[in-house]
Ligand binder design. Structure first.
Ligand code: ATP
Ligand code: MG
Length: 425
């Protein structure tokens, strides 16, 4: 098989009648397999709603999408981003008759236009046992005329560069050769739900996508400090959540008013602990939201050593505020790898917009890299009205359902005031 990394690079796509979608590693997990396959199927159906001619079928542990004239490249590019799909092959179908198979294979090869010297083999499978030629015989029957037509091709049965797959089934024969890489991972929602702390930066959207790829349903939480942070900064986070929603069909975003909590820490003479205190407050509020929404973990974009609040000592002091598992998908990644991923998932250009974040705004000259847990706890215990401020932030949280197409609506729940609608529609 020829491996390609984007749909645009697949030469046989324009000639294809069907897309063959292969499931990922979860096929190994016996009893969960049916549930996982169903989730992928549901996701694929959802995405293909806007392509009414496309027909989906599930067979032999694979999904097939009959194109029926829908745009092959757009569909392949969309579907390769479905979590749980590891690869997609463009397939040409023909009648299960030897002449048709040979002729279609020849036309298929023409599309691929192999360079002279390319090593080659036909890998035929007779799935329909009533077909008069067995798999080995068929290999010869198909490859001989192809080699005559393309004298530049060299036979290599062990590790060919080009391997033409021919699957003879009763209803039709499938011919394919290229594998477009899919994102893999686990189907959406099959690992439970987590709350993502979404800032306006590069890292947290990538952490969100990585969590979704691992099968987590994700809800986003953003802390904003109006009027210190602008509407534009908040809109940026909405836009980032929208990009994430493309991978899931929709995503909840909880917007937490954080000004009162943040200002509780100013003027106490502990500027170097400010960021640590803010992060601890964020985790406390996020934990409450997680409980309310039935989520079992928190996700952040922390990457070890990246900034003062992400040293091991800081992570330790911050992480202790929650009893929920704190997932940090990027913890061991280099910034350059994170940036590459953010470009790949489509969040990078938004993330680098220069709007202020609530933390950058209050950032002290020298944030500590080694905060003392006992001091942090003492400060929090003695700040007047601190718990009330946390409760008020939780109380004032707005929740919006973000969709890929921008038709936001306040999520369910009485907290959704009518006034919010004007703001978000
Ligand atoms: P990012 O690119 O995600 O902003 P960063 O390198 O800027 O990451 P920090 O600002 O130190 O990192 O934040 C670390 C993590 O804390 C973020 O990845 C995010 O999960 C969370 N976080 C920070 N600020 C906010 C915020 N205003 N709202 C929600 N979560 C936040
Ligand atoms: Mg940030």
């Amino acid at each position: 098989m020829i491996e390609v990394t984007t749909a645009g690079a697949a030469k046989s796509l324009a000639y294809a009648d069907l897309l063959l979608l292969r499931f990922g590693e979860f096929t190994l997990k016996g009893k969960n397999r049916a549930r996982f396959e169903k989730s992928v199927l549901r996701h694929v159906k959802e995405l293909l709603k806007i392509y009414p001619r496309a027909e989906i079928s599930k067979e032999f542990g694979r999904l097939y999408v009959a194109l029926n004239g829908e745009p092959a490249e757009t569909l392949a590019e969309t579907l390769r981003n479905v979590f749980g799909i590891v690869s997609i092959s463009p397939v040409k179908a023909c009648a299960s008759r030897l002449e048709d198979i040979v002729e279609t294979s020849r036309a298929f090869l023409e599309r691929l236009a192999p360079e002279p010297g390319t090593t080659f083999k036909v890998d035929a499978r007779r799935v329909w046992k009533a077909f008069p030629h067995g798999s080995l015989e068929l290999n010869k029957l198909v490859s001989t005329p192809l080699l005559q037509g393309y004298p530049g091709l060299l036979v290599d049965v062990k590790a060919p560069q080009l391997e033409l797959k021919v699957e003879v089934r009763e209803t039709q024969t499938l011919i394919f050769c290229e594998n477009i890489a899919g994102v893999g991972g686990f189907p959406l929602g099959t690992s439970g739900k987590a709350m993502l702390l979404l800032s306006g930066g590069i890292d947290s959207p990538v952490a969100g996508w990585s969590s979704m790829r691992r099968g987590l349903e994700v809800e986003c939480i953003h802390f904003y400090s109006f009027p210190y942070t602008s509407e534009l900064a908040r809109q940026k986070v909405v836009d980032l959540a929208r990009v994430l929603s493309r991978y899931s069909g929709g995503i909840k975003l909880h917007l937490v008013p954080f000004t009162e909590v943040q200002t509780a820490f100013t003027g106490i003479g502990q500027d170097n602990l400010m960021i640590t205190l803010m992060r601890r407050a964020m985790l406390r509020i996020a934990t409450k939201l997680a409980e309310r929404e039935g989520a079992l973990a928190l996700v952040t974009g922390d990457s070890l050593g990246q900034v003062a609040s992400q040293t091991l000592s800081s992570m330790n002091a911050i992480g202790r505020t929650t009893e929920l598992p704190l997932l940090r998908p990027l913890v061991m990644m280099d910034k350059s790898e994170i940036i590459d991923l953010s470009k790949r998932i489509g969040t990078y250009e938004l993330s680098i917009l220069p709007y202020e974040d609530c933390c950058t705004l209050f950032v002290p000259k020298s944030p500590t890299t080694n905060p003392n847990l006992r001091i942090l706890e003492r400060i929090e215990a003695t700040l007047p009205g601190y718990n009330e401020r946390l409760d008020a932030a939780l109380e004032g949280t707005e929740t919006v359902l973000i969709t890929p197409y921008g038709n936001e609506r306040p999520s369910d729940g009485a907290a959704m005031e009518a006034g919010l609608q004007e703001e978000w529609f």
